[in-house]
Design a protein around this ligand. Structure first.
Ligand SMILES: [Zn+2]
Length: 142
């Protein structure tokens, strides 16, 4: 579910011409389209879920039904919260496109690369920094 949300569909991958400058206006526009598409999709998902919750807000006579309904709702709310955070992140990244900072690693400044961004348009770290980051996280978790 989560990985599905973070992946871009619909938009065909960008094919750079040879010698094309990294993150030129065409490339920035391409990624802006992907990110805006993701944002619209997430907003629609939130809307849909809110309506479903309102429709399902019936009171069950059976306490077991009631309990499972409540945990469903808690889960739903948690998902919504995550989606809202993701939308916020996408907004921040669109802001980077506006300021032409998009596509560079936040940690070391190298080009993240078209291929990686195509798979993960919300990536803000290059693959090396990301790997280091994950290793560090694992060590903290231990
Ligand atoms: Zn880096």
């Amino acid at each position: 579910m989560m990985s599905k949300e973070l992946q871009s569909k619909q938009v065909t991958p960008y094919e750079p011409k040879s010698g094309e400058e990294y993150m030129n206006p065409d490339q920035l526009l391409h990624f802006r389209k992907i990110l805006e598409g993701m944002k619209i999709e997430l907003s629609q998902e939130i809307d849909r879920a809110v309506h479903t919750m309102q429709d399902e807000a019936t009171v069950f006579a059976d306490p077991n039904d009631r309990a499972s309904q409540e945990s469903d709702m808690t889960l739903e709310l948690r998902n919504r919260d995550r989606e809202r955070k993701l939308i916020k992140k996408i907004d921040e990244i669109i802001g980077k496109i506006d300021s032409e900072e998009y596509g560079y690693c936040e940690s070391c400044g190298v080009e993240i690369g078209l291929k990686r961004l195509e798979a993960r348009p919300t990536a803000t770290l290059c693959i090396d920094c990301k790997t280091l980051d994950e290793m560090r996280e694992k060590q903290i978790a231990k």
